[in-house]
Design a protein. Structure first.
Length: 186
């Protein structure tokens, strides 16, 4: 009987872990496949936060594949009132977006829940390759007492297929069209 009770309690705890889990900051979508010249939109999302009052994030990417075109404020923190959103340095060092900062100006307490902190926009400037969109270990979240909020930071991935992939796809489509044409003539 004790073993069964222990197993039931253990199972309940395992099922509750995602609910009890800490704050998660992630790139959304986590994995994107894009092509030369296309625009890449990547949100910085937060989940399961309590009393978020401010954040200071630094993000890295591959400047040989991506060129940063825009950084904008997400909708999550402004739900708590007026904010001050700014990026201290987004272009002087290609591959780095230093200090994406947002803070509530007049609110007494921070916001809780899940949402988008910021939106990043890139242009694909090389034909093929891959780029992580990662967070600097010094990135930080702060509560209304300006204490750090512990969080897990999850990176994203952008990839562009090699040009040979286009050739294979094209030759496959041509072969399929030729086959169907012959079949229709019969």
């Amino acid at each position: 009987m004790k073993t069964r009770t222990f197993i039931l309690i253990l199972a309940a705890l395992v099922l509750a872990l995602p609910v009890l889990g800490g704050t998660i900051v992630s790139i959304d979508p986590a994995d994107q496949t894009v092509y030369y010249g296309e625009t890449v939109n990547a949100n910085i999302d937060i989940q399961n936060v309590t009393d978020l009052y401010a954040f200071d994030l630094t993000v890295y990417y591959n400047p040989a594949l991506l060129s940063l075109t825009n950084v904008s404020e997400g909708a999550f923190l402004p739900t708590g009132g007026a904010t001050d959103f700014f990026v201290l340095d987004d272009t002087s060092t290609p591959g780095s977006i230093y200090d994406i900062v947002d803070l509530l100006e007049t609110a007494v307490s921070g916001v809780s829940g899940s949402g988008t902190l910021a939106a990043l926009q890139f242009q694909v400037i090389d034909g093929y390759g891959q780029s992580g969109i990662t967070f600097d270990p010094g990135s930080a979240l702060f509560d209304s007492n300006l204490n750090n909020i512990d969080a897990t930071f999850n990176a994203g991935q952008v990839q562009t297929p090699e040009p040979a992939t286009y050739g294979l796809l094209g030759s496959g489509l041509i072969g399929l069209a030729w086959f169907l044409r012959k079949k229709v003539r019969r």
